[in-house]
Design a binder for this molecule. Structure first.
Ligand SMILES: O=C(O)CCC(=O)C(=O)O
Ligand SMILES: [Fe+2]
Length: 186
């Protein structure tokens, strides 16, 4: 398996790395998600409780038994230089045209969590947009990642970021599968 990142950036000293081609069958995951139980439960920030969006949880012990869990663990290891991390939460976001997605951080600056985010689809039209945008401390766009089938982006959870909803001509869901990792001491 090729574990080199295709693209990468450093945002205010914090890394973002993009991996392509690691997942052989992203369309199969998207197909399974089409009938998964989504709840309007996810809140981007403490101050945006009235704008919840759709998510479906995957227990981390279930994740560990799936190929995507193993592949992600290897990519996180490659991205972080071999430090030990453990997944503490995994869930799929489902967004559609017109949704409101807020910018947020996944952890406080000194926590050191890592987020792995997969784009799960069998195809993604360039014109659909739906990128994940990463901002610097001045709220300027520092890096942006377009969905591609089976693309993975691994980043420091303290970077301000935002998923963008897809464009009006995209009639299907935009699934992103987020796995949150915490550093294991020692
Ligand atoms: O869907 C995206 O592009 C971002 C998702 C995200 O930031 C999250 O689940 O924490
Ligand atoms: Fe996030």
């Amino acid at each position: 398996m090729k574990l080199e990142s295709a693209r990468s950036a450093i945002v205010d000293g914090r890394p973002v790395q993009v991996f392509d081609g690691l997942l052989p069958d992203p369309g199969n995951y998207a197909q399974a998600l089409a009938t998964a139980p989504f709840r309007r439960s996810e809140q981007a920030r403490a101050d945006t409780p009235e704008y919840r969006h759709w998510a479906s949880e995957t227990p981390v012990d279930v994740l560990a038994r799936q190929p995507i869990g193993t592949i992600t663990a290897q990519a996180v290891m490659a991205a972080t230089g071999g430090a030990r991390y453990r997944p503490f939460r995994a869930y799929t976001n489902s967004n559609a045209y017109g949704d409101m997605l807020f910018s947020h951080v996944d952890c406080a600056p000194d926590v050191g969590d890592v987020t792995a985010l997969w784009y799960l689809c069998d195809r993604w039209d360039f014109e659909w947009g739906g990128e994940t945008v990463f901002f610097d401390a001045r709220q300027e766009i520092a890096f942006s990642v377009l969905p591609r089938p089976g693309r993975l982006v691994v980043f420091d959870g303290a970077i301000l970021h935002c998923g963008r909803p897809p464009a009006r001509i995209c009639y299907g869901p935009r699934f992103t599968f987020a796995i949150k990792y915490e550093r294991v001491a020692g």
